[in-house]
Design a protein around this ligand. Structure first.
Ligand code: PLP
Length: 399
């Protein structure tokens, strides 16, 4: 039996592609420092873990398709605390994490063949989601030298065609760690107004910014462009809840909301236990988020300074999230990443990196780059940097 052509064409994430090699290295007794995935090692808030012990509902039923009232109410409280008082349980749809919110939003705004403008390098799932829905990605390049900030509006506008339906961006950015300024967000708002496009903001790292200016959410401008703005959000990173699969979409566009609800109905329900845990977000002490911010800022500093100290590596200081794109002194960062897993170890230890090409539409573009997720605690990050330095020296000898 032959499976569909479109399924065959679906890209494998460059982040997950090397997992079989890391499994093999582990079976040879090699310890691997995982810098390849955005899965933090920090603890989920106690109140959320505790709540699991108090689950009583039997049988475990479906949840309402758009989210349980408790989960939606908790989200409303969260956005009100941020100052966005117009957000409520009616304009928010509970999703199976940010990943589903992305798929839902793209399904809501694009037809097959439509174009979606993204800033490159971009979160690799944007490419997969676009391909799922038969949407063409139009990448607008940003560069390491400019800290991956947006190019002038005229360059962005020159990528817009009559088929362009939406602009999608992540802020803070994965894989870049860039936090857009208010001027950059305003520029995008002006562009979508002028060209009548949807504007989709993926803010799953909202809490993690290390710059002395506030994070500027699209929510700030949502009432100005109520038909066009869509927010994509997730609890995965904010509460270190990656496995609970909790997210949401916010829109003031009635058609987007009712369409998204139909999408949600097609999969019946999100996880009711997950949403029960998520509804406890209102009891998470503010201290939790503050300590997370401080922790990631310290890790950012350790990783940035460590990478800077290695000969031949180019980096720009990330302003948020927990990723850094690094240009390595190698011809092909994927071959190097494979070599790290298959042929190298330092005292039985090695590091796993995410090859940069997976964050570009044209694999040649990110060829020398890797994305490093600084999701491990400080001592492990320091050891990872040491291993990377040794590995690059060794690699140079055999090149
Ligand atoms: C920018 C961005 N958006 C969305 C997601 C989706 O995460 P989740 O599905 O766990 O919410 C991720 C995950 O790494 C991400 O980096």
């Amino acid at each position: 039996m032959d499976i569909s052509k479109r399924m065959k064409k679906l890209p494998i994430s460059s982040i997950r592609k090397l997992i079989p090699l890391s499994d093999k290295a582990k079976s040879r007794g090699i310890k691997i420092y995982h810098l390849n995935m955005g899965q933090p090692d920090v603890k989920t808030p106690d109140v959320m873990i505790e709540s699991l012990k108090h689950w009583t509902q039997n049988p475990i039923s479906y949840a309402p398709s758009g989210g349980t009232p408790e989960y939606l109410q908790a989200l409303e409280t969260y956005y009100h605390d941020l100052g966005f008082l117009f957000v409520n349980t009616k304009n928010t749809i509970g999703t199976i994490a940010g990943s589903e919110a992305i798929n839902m939003a793209l399904f809501a705004v694009c037809d097959p063949g439509d174009e979606l403008l993204v800033f490159e390098p971009f979160y690799s799932s944007y490419q997969t989601s676009a391909q799922l829905w038969n949407i063409k990605l139009t990448p607008v390049e940003t560069s390491l030298q400019d800290g991956f900030h947006l190019p002038p509006g005229a360059i962005i506008e020159s990528a817009i065609t009559e088929k362009t339906k939406a602009i999608l961006y992540s802020n803070p950015g994965n894989p870049t760690g860039t936090v857009y300024t208010k001027e950059e967000i305003l520029m995008l708002v002006d562009i979508v107004k002028k060209h009548n496009l949807f504007l989709l903001s993926d803010e799953v790292y909202r809490e993690y910014t290390f710059v002395d200016r506030p994070h500027v959410s699209l929510l700030k401008f949502m009432q100005e462009i109520p038909e066009q703005a869509i927010l994509i959000d997730s609890l995965s990173k904010r509460y270190n809840l990656c496995g609970a699969r909790l997210g949401n979409l916010i829109s003031l566009n009635e058609q987007v909301l009712s369409g998204s609800l139909k999408f949600a109905m097609s999969r019946l329900s999100g996880g009711i236990i997950d949403q029960y845990i998520g509804s406890k977000l209102v009891d998470v002490p503010a201290e939790y988020t503050k300590s997370m911010q401080a922790e990631y800022q310290n890790r950012r500093d350790v990783m940035f300074e460590g990478l800077q100290s290695i000969d031949g590596i180019s980096v720009t200081k990330p302003e948020g999230a927990f990723y850094i794109m690094a240009e390595l002194p190698v011809e092909d960062a994927e071959i190097f990443s494979i070599w790290l897993l298959e042929s190298f170890h330092d005292k039985n230890e090695t590091v796993m990196l995410a090859p940069g090409y997976g964050f570009y539409s044209d694999p040649k573009k990110g060829k020398k780059q890797v994305r490093i997720a600084y999701v491990l605690e400080e001592s492990q990050l320091r050891r990872s940097i040491e291993i990377l330095d040794t590995a690059l020296h060794e690699y140079k000898k055999i090149q």
